[in-house]
Design a protein around this ligand. Structure first.
Ligand code: ADP
Ligand code: MG
Length: 295
């Protein structure tokens, strides 16, 4: 895709707020039979809210856990991060400054806070990349939160688990309507996310999607798209994150949400400026209609 986008059609495309990478995109759109949707920021608003914070360390109260998590997450734009920071602000916590911030897309974030290495991320990342043991009670709390449709991240300091923060998603108001329109256009909808299975299934149920692929790393998202293509499917992928960029580029049609990251937009063929999912359906319909007129 070219970063310099051109507006589709004359009136309709620009009215809808769809930026198209080039005239070949119309042709790519025509054959698509599957639509893969990223969850966070694509099907959901991307404005997560904190549901709970718990301490797993007798020496720390939950505000102390939240304060450290917020210090690290301050450096991240991820929806989980924004929820954590907003919660700390709402509680009027004095959030320390973090240094040497680093982010691993689809996994977690790390920084040095008050001379300590603090990590916030998924259990898998803590155990596989950092070899940090997660106590059974913490694992049980995470499982319960995830079964409830929540997203749980673990806070660790200098190699030991301090606590858990649970955040929750809000589905975009138009998402169920958009999925119904994809189906009406003959597109098979699939939800693809780096988040856990419980959170993914809760969102899928709300919007009417049956096929769910959870716990996908950025490379896993790419593999999922390639696997579908290998089985003869022509795939449209809709996403907003750095973690979606490879999958967006590999898809037969990559669609970025306008509020998304530059990486997602650069990797895509179409950008939906408003980020409204129903506009994605309009874009597919409009492309097909335009081709019908041209040919
Ligand atoms: P999605 O595919 O739904 O957009 P991501 O791939 O961005 O989700 O994130 C997947 C998982 O990675 C999150 O559920 C979380 O466990 C972890 N993660 C990613 N970024 C962060 C962050 N800034 N803070 C804590 N955890 C994170
Ligand atoms: Mg996303």
């Amino acid at each position: 895709a070219t970063p310099t986008a051109l507006l589709v059609g004359t009136g309709r495309g620009s009215q809808l707020g769809i930026l198209i990478g080039g005239p070949q995109v119309l042709e790519q759109t025509r054959g698509v039979d599957t639509i893969v949707l990223d969850k966070t920021g694509t099907v959901t608003t991307g404005e997560m809210t904190m549901r709970a914070v718990t301490s797993a360390d007798a020496a720390l109260d939950e505000d102390a856990v939240l304060r450290l998590a917020a210090a690290v997450e301050h450096g991240s734009e991820h929806p989980v991060a924004r929820a954590v920071v907003r919660a700390a602000v709402a509680r009027h916590l004095d959030v320390p400054t973090a240094e040497q911030f680093e982010s691993t897309p689809g996994a977690g974030v790390q920084a040095v806070v008050d001379g300590d290495v603090v990590l916030v991320g998924g259990t898998r990342w803590l155990t596989s990349s950092w070899a940090i043991p997660v106590p059974d009670a913490v694992t049980a709390a995470i499982t319960a939160a995830e079964t409830d449709g929540g997203t749980a991240v673990v806070v660790a300091r200098n190699g030991s688990v301090l606590g858990v923060v649970v955040v929750g998603d809000t589905v975009k108001p138009e998402a169920a309507d958009a999925v119904a329109r994809f189906v009406a256009l003959g597109l098979h909808p699939v939800l693809l996310t780096g988040d856990n299975d419980g959170a993914a299934r809760a969102v899928a149920a709300q919007v009417g999607i049956d096929e769910v692929h959870a716990r996908a790393t950025p490379a896993g998202k790419l593999d999922t798209v390639r696997g579908m293509q290998a089985r003869g499917r022509s795939v449209a992928m809709v996403g907003d994150g750095v973690n979606d960029a490879a999958a967006l580029a590999a898809a037969d049609l990559g669609i970025a949400m306008g509020a998304g990251t530059d990486a997602a937009i650069a990797a895509s063929d179409i950008t939906v400026v408003s980020g409204r999912l129903t506009v994605v359906a309009d874009a597919v319909r409009l492309s097909r209609a335009t081709l019908g007129i041209i040919k």
